[in-house]
Design a protein around this ligand. Structure first.
Ligand code: NOJ
Length: 760
């Protein structure tokens, strides 16, 4: 009997193991199955409402670890969380907070599907790197990738696993406040930087605990807001869309980006959020994107104000049909999608498709294996503000600085025996350099210029504020109030300047003057700073102008009078250290402008890769019938790609050779100055005759080189169909035979050119 019992229990165990094995084999919990199979299995277990729940993203504005609110929006959010009607939260951060919210999703909902936690990790989390426009000025793809890697490291240590970055919108209008968040005006550079950033955030394996999901935004056209006014209407033609706006998004997909964000603007009459052409035809069908699209904040509801949807239900219908997979804070999907499906207005297959895409990314993150993998208090302590993060921020900051002008060789500063007057409120500001996308960075944590300079002890430095830039304490939400009148400290500044060998004036915009909702019509030095500069110049002409700003500024007067101008943007946590290093020549500036600086705001939009027009040149003395202004030049003050060094480089021996379908371009670059330095060698092309007109020049290659004094290098570029071709108005990528010009140099105002022919 005992024996029989034993046999029976063995058999039972066997059956149990077998059924267990079978269960594991076919269930989403089995991580030996492919992600796709796991997703399908999970989907088959979900109700319609639970699938719609995955498509719902809420902002977490309340203190999650505190008592849960019983009223209002927050109460609804808690309730929906518990029912499994929330797929993602944004702005919940910190290990304890994220763990608490994740616990609700995992332990209290029927299926325990973890949340994906999003946050605007734009140029760092707590330790800030330079603003993205500044990083782009480095043209250093490795450093940019590293900066995103460090941002991911910090963010992932506080529970975040999804960043709403990179912004890959091309923009040609410095009035638009969000130029600070992008890579500037050029598609080629913008695409390379998009790849670097996506790879930096996502790494080679999303399931690692230090990598996070990236998000290419804002799809599409957001950077072309009319008049540079944020959220404004966008109307662009096919050629601009295909050749200028789309490529950085395509590049992001090639780099493996897993999410897209659509945008606030309408594009050619249809809001991007409800734009089927953009999200289904182009993104998902043509480009084969299999990640998911999140709406921008409330952009589904905003289709009502656009005049495209009659109410939130209609907006939900339009958005989901157009291919917006996740609703950020419009409450449109969670409130209306189930009804829309039951009414037959929305095909349930679209809900499956959206939920599938979202779940897939969650599986890739490894959240089903360990929903708390980003919630480790020890890691949080170790990572935030750690040495590798700070070192990378400093490295990125020095590389982002652009020397715009350097006459009289005031720069680099002598290290000994000088009397230096430092003037400007921004020189003593430890918050403004953090920029405006800095939700998790604490106020006053940037190294100020004064602090940076104080580490060089050989000179006598005196400080005078001169004037405030802003009034009160600027913040992320409200309009910055500018000091337009108070000049009471001008005299003290002039006194300090008068007795100095060199005056370092730190002027520009407050960090909160650029960014979302921060467009300007005047883009000179804000407030009384221009006057301060001119007053100080009257008593001492040896001025180094150190600029802090989040967009190109109009600097006509400064360019005409001030001998040295250093563009220092908002450089983040390590700002003052980086600026001091460059001022003293411990780092030889190597940055190049990613956006043209206009002479006058009236030139905007302004970009180096403009079209020639039918009337590009002056037909005769004083004749007006050509494309120009009566009162200003056409060209930029400082063009795209411009940036000087403490040394000089020559370009010689440009050689072009056709090799089958490719073109080889060679150039000799030599350091002919006194110090070693870095140069960004830039190659531009012009397709002389084309079925769709091509710009007067377009960046199609660049390489950063480092040369010792007297050293020379031959740099070779290979131009393939990718560089030679363009999208015609039928949307086909074509290389058209004919003459091309090729230009080489250290800026878009290149120094040397030749031509070649692509034969039929
Ligand atoms: C609105 C911005 O346009 C977008 O870029 C950002 O990611 C979201 N808000 C979330 O904060």
């Amino acid at each position: 009997m005992k024996k029989l019992n034993k046999i029976v229990s063995f058999l039972t165990l066997g059956v149990m193991l077998l059924s267990c094995g079978q269960k594991n084999e076919s269930t989403y919990e089995n991580n030996e199955l492919s992600v796709d199979k796991r997703v399908e299995n999970l989907l088959s277990k979900m109700t319609l409402e639970e699938k719609i729940g995955q498509m719902n993203q809420y902002n977490g504005f309340w203190n999650v670890t505190g008592p849960s609110p019983i009223q209002g929006d927050a109460a609804k959010k808690y309730k929906d969380l518990r029912k499994g009607y929330v797929g993602s939260m944004l702005n919940v951060r910190g290990v304890d907070e994220v763990r608490a919210i994740q616990k609700i999703a995992v332990e209290e909902t029927r299926l325990g599907i973890p949340l994906i936690i999003g946050f605007d990790v734009i140029h760092g989390y707590e330790t800030m790197s330079p603003i993205p426009l500044a990083e782009a000025a480095s043209w250093d793809l490795e450093a940019i990738k590293k900066s995103a890697e460090m941002a991911a490291l910090e963010a992932s240590s506080v529970g975040i696993n999804w960043t709403f970055a990179p912004m890959v919108d091309i923009s040609r209008d410095a009035r638009w406040g969000r130029v600070m968040e992008g890579a500037g005006e050029d598609t080629y550079l913008g695409s390379k930087i998009a790849i670097a950033r996506v790879k930096g955030f996502q790494g080679d394996d999303l399931s690692k605990h230090n990598t996070i999901v990236a998000c290419a935004k804002h799809f599409a056209g957001y950077g072309f807001a009319e008049s540079g006014r944020d959220y404004n209407t966008v109307d662009v033609g096919t050629s601009t869309l295909n050749n200028v706006i789309f490529p950085p998004f395509q590049a992001s997909i090639e780099a493996g980006v897993r999410t897209f964000m659509n945008s606030f603007n309408e594009l050619n009459g249809v809001p991007a959020t409800g734009n089927k052409f953009l999200q289904r035809t182009v993104l998902k069908e043509k480009w084969g994107f299999d990640g998911f699209v999140v709406s921008d904040w409330g952009s589904i509801s905003e289709m009502i104000s656009h005049g495209h949807a009659k109410d939130n239900k209609d907006a939900a219908n339009i958005a989901v049909n157009a291919g917006s997979d996740m609703d950020m804070e419009s409450y449109a999907y969670v409130d209306h999608l189930a009804t829309l499906v039951s009414e037959g207005k929305v095909d349930a297959k679209l809900i499956d498709d959206a939920a599938r895409r979202i779940l897939k990314v969650k599986f890739e993150l490894g959240l089903f294996e360990d929903p708390y993998k980003y919630c480790d208090n020890k890691r949080e302590q170790e990572v935030l503000g750690s040495k590798p993060v700070l070192d990378a921020a400093l490295d990125m900051a020095v590389k982002s600085i652009v020397l715009l002008k350097n006459e009289k060789n005031i720069l680099p500063l002598k290290k000994q025996g000088q009397k230096i007057a430092v003037i400007g409120a921004l020189a003593n500001d430890k918050t403004s350099p953090l920029g405006s996308w800095r939700i998790a960075a604490k106020d006053s944590t940037a190294v100020s210029v004064l602090e940076g300079l104080s580490e060089y002890e050989g000179n006598n430095v005196v400080y005078a504020k001169g004037a405030d830039v802003s009034l009160g304490t600027p913040d992320f939400i409200t309009e910055v109030k500018i000091n337009e009148t108070d000049k009471s400290e001008f005299d003290a500044a002039k006194k300090a300047a008068k007795n100095a060998d060199v005056v370092v004036m730190v002027l520009g915009e407050h960090g909160f003057q650029s960014g979302e909702g921060r467009s300007r019509t005047e883009i000179g030095l804000p407030g009384v700073q221009q006057e301060l500069l001119e007053e100080v110049y009257k008593v001492n002409k040896n001025i180094v102008l150190v600029l802090n700003n989040g967009r190109p500024l109009t600097l006509g007067w400064a360019d005409a009078h001030i001998p040295s101008i250093l563009e220092c943007w908002q450089l983040g946590t390590q700002s003052g250290h980086a600026i001091a290093k460059v001022l003293y020549g411990d780092y030889n500036p190597s940055g190049k402008l990613p956006m043209s600086f206009p002479r006058h705001v009236g030139q905007l939009p302004l970009y180096y890769n403009y079209k020639n027009t039918g009337r590009p040149t002056l037909p005769g003395k004083d004749v007006v019938f050509w494309s120009h202004y009566q009162d200003e030049k056409n060209e930029a003050l400082y063009p795209f790609g411009h940036g000087l060094s403490y040394t000089r480089f020559t370009y010689e021996n440009l050689k072009v050779e056709l090799q089958g379908n490719e073109v080889s371009v060679k150039i000799d670059v030599k350091n002919v100055g006194d110090v070693h330095g870095k140069e960004v060698v830039q190659l531009y092309l012009r397709d002389m005759v084309a079925s769709v007109t091509r710009p007067v020049r377009e960046l199609k290659g660049f390489e950063m080189i480092e040369l010792e004094t007297g050293e020379e290098k031959t740099i070779q570029f290979r131009l393939t169909a990718k560089e030679l071709g363009f999208y015609n108005n039928e949307g086909s990528f074509v290389v058209e035979p004919g003459m091309f010009k090729v230009f080489l140099g250290g800026s878009s105002k290149t120094v040397i050119e030749t031509s070649f022919e692509i034969k039929e």
